[in-house]
Design a binder for this molecule. Structure first.
Ligand code: CO8
Length: 260
């Protein structure tokens, strides 16, 4: 599938999704949001792909937010459609059975920070910048920033970032738990793809169950989350990889998992 603003490189067993509008710091216009949804849906179906890295083109930005040039002259109903499209993409990313690693190579602001938060894991260049600056436009986050940020870093710090709109350094993002790992900029993609290969080598059914239990359990009550975990745990017994993993342990050999 060809896109105008997104590139997808599949190199079995991983894929790299790049938002490709470097002249506007990879800002998300409506077309790009639609293309991202199509790209992730396509990768979900592609059996050659077991883990995904998402990044932004160029050295300056991951994604500098929604495309502000598209805001002018718009009425609220049109922007609701835009925001819902963004929510749909984030939900596709969170619910697909394959892990997505954000390789945050520069600015991750507004919708860019929100897109990174919809990924499972965030690696960042030491030079990256994060923030939810929408308030400076007379706006609030519209793609989950008021919700996912609080869930990731706690409501106190989320309020600070959303209310004041300040940018934070990658180091600060790491300290508050927004970023998993930091790397010098020139090592970021190599480290992100290395980790994607590591995840791609995991038994994929178990990895899918781990993602579903984590992503859909974390904002439930503990009892509901534990119930979901039990279902996902039990589901692992439906796959031959479990028998192979257990046999390999008991026979003191490396497991030879099925690709599926
Ligand atoms: N939208 C459109 N164009 C942008 C954006 C953007 N978000 N960010 C940067 N650009 C453009 C600039 O206008 C500029 O274009 P030109 O060369 O034609 O003048 C080019 O990219 C380079 O940018 P700068 O010259 O500004 O580069 P600087 O290094 O001086 O500054 C910054 C970099 C700090 C990132 C600055 O560009 C900036 O502040 N950008 C806007 C950041 C922002 O406010 N983001 C939040 C947008 S609102 C939002 O994301 C709400 C999400 C709503 C839901 C989304 C659903 C999908």
């Amino acid at each position: 599938m060809e896109f105008n603003n997104v590139t997808v490189e599949v190199s079995k067993p991983i894929a790299i999704v790049t938002v490709n509008r470097p002249k506007v710091l990879n800002a998300l216009n409506l077309e790009t949001v639609g293309e991202l949804g199509a790209a992730f849906s396509m990768l979900e179906q592609n059996d050659d792909v077991r883990a995904i890295v998402m990044t932004g083109a160029g050295e300056k930005a991951f994604v500098a937010g929604a495309d502000i040039t598209e805001f002018r002259g718009k009425a609220a109903p049109e922007m609701i459609v835009f925001a819902k499209k963004g929510h749909d993409v984030a939900r596709i990313m969170e619910s697909m059975g394959k892990p997505i690693i954000a390789a945050v190579n520069g600015y991750a602001l507004g919708g860019g920070c929100e897109m990174a938060m919809a990924c499972d894991i965030r690696f960042a260049a030491e030079t990256a910048k994060f923030g939810q600056p929408e308030i400076l436009l007379g706006l609030i986050p519209g793609m989950g920033g008021t919700q996912r940020l609080a869930r990731l870093v706690g409501i106190g710090i989320a309020r600070e970032l959303v209310y004041a709109g300040e940018q934070i350094t990658a180091q600060r993002a790491y300290e508050i738990g927004l970023v998993n790992r930091l790397f010098p900029a020139d090592q970021l993609m190599a480290e992100a793809t290395k980790f994607a290969h590591k995840l791609a080598s995991m038994p994929s059914h178990a990895l899918k169950m781990a993602k579903l239990a984590t992503n859909f359990g974390y904002d439930q009550s503990l009892d509901n989350g534990l119930m979901l975990e039990t279902q996902c745990f039990a589901h692992c017994w439906s796959h031959p990889n479990l028998e192979e993993g257990v046999a390999a342990f008991l026979e003191k050999r490396k497991a030879n998992f099925h690709e599926d």
